[in-house]
Design a protein around this ligand. Structure first.
Ligand SMILES: Nc1ncnc2c1ncn2[C@@H]1O[C@H](COP(=O)(O)OP(=O)(O)OP(=O)(O)O)[C@@H](O)[C@H]1O
Ligand SMILES: [Mg+2]
Length: 218
């Protein structure tokens, strides 16, 4: 299959993402390619699903990515191409849901934990708790930059997530919280249960939310 000039560029973007262990549906890859374009200040509206599918087909042929065993629609990088000696992972993403930030953080984190031989029970705990954290950053953040950092020092895992808080009308927010089932205030409780230490700071002066959490690994 021959790729267009633009698809050759898209293929390069995807190849750069894969060593970080990003896995997802083709639609997730489309969101992440758009995110890379936005990071570089380039227009991203003309990247199509067809472009992404053409690139993913090539990567599948090259055996760089493969369908996940649990869900064949999900594509995963082959473990041989993941980063080596990877004890710290920090990056910035955009929190807006159109860029698929939750699947981005979830898949990247799970790959990071696997490379570091974290046992399955810890991996599941850290993953569930981190999904709650990044969901909050996407829901209550301003949609722009979210800073994520995860590192393992000895048996301790440290997670930090920083986002800008979006402007909200307090009254509407309170009504939403206490009158609908869409928000149950369970996120922070889940984090407290699954991490050994959780600190969420809401900084009024800089309009930032800073989460710091620790997990002692088995
Ligand atoms: N990253 C964040 N940025 C801004 N505000 C946050 C952030 N994380 C939490 N909050 C605030 O803390 C509150 C509690 O978060 P929590 O995750 O427990 O509940 P929720 O997100 O409202 O509901 P649920 O998680 O059950 O869907 C949120 O409603 C929000 O006001
Ligand atoms: Mg929440």
């Amino acid at each position: 299959m021959s790729l267009s000039q633009e698809e050759i560029e898209i293929l390069d973007y995807i190849k750069l993402m894969l060593p970080s262990g990003l896995s997802g549906y083709p639609a997730d890859y489309l969101s992440w390619v758009k995110m890379e374009y936005k990071k570089k200040g380039k227009p991203h509206t003309n990247v199509t699903m067809k472009n992404i599918e053409n690139c993913l087909a090539i990567l599948k042929d090259e055996k760089v990515i493969e369908p996940s065993k649990n869900d064949p629609r999900e594509l995963c990088p082959n473990s041989s191409i993941l980063q080596k000696s990877w004890n710290k992972d920090s990056y910035e993403i955009f929190g807006a849901f159109e860029f698929s930030p939750i699947q981005y953080v979830r898949s990247r984190l799970e790959s990071f934990l696997k490379v570091n031989n974290v046992v399955e029970d810890d991996l599941v705990d850290v993953s569930i708790a981190t999904i709650e954290a990044i969901e909050n950053a996407a829901k209550y953040g301003d949609g722009n930059s979210v800073f994520v950092s995860c590192q393992i020092i000895g048996k301790k895992l440290e997670l930090q997530i920083i986002n800008k808080i979006k402007d909200v009308d307090l009254e509407t927010e309170l009504l939403k919280k206490y009158t609908s089932a869409t928000t149950l205030m369970k996120g922070v409780m889940v984090m407290q249960k699954l991490f050994n230490h959780v600190d969420l700071q809401i900084l009024e002066e800089t309009q930032q939310a800073k989460l710091y959490a620790e997990k002692i690994l088995t």
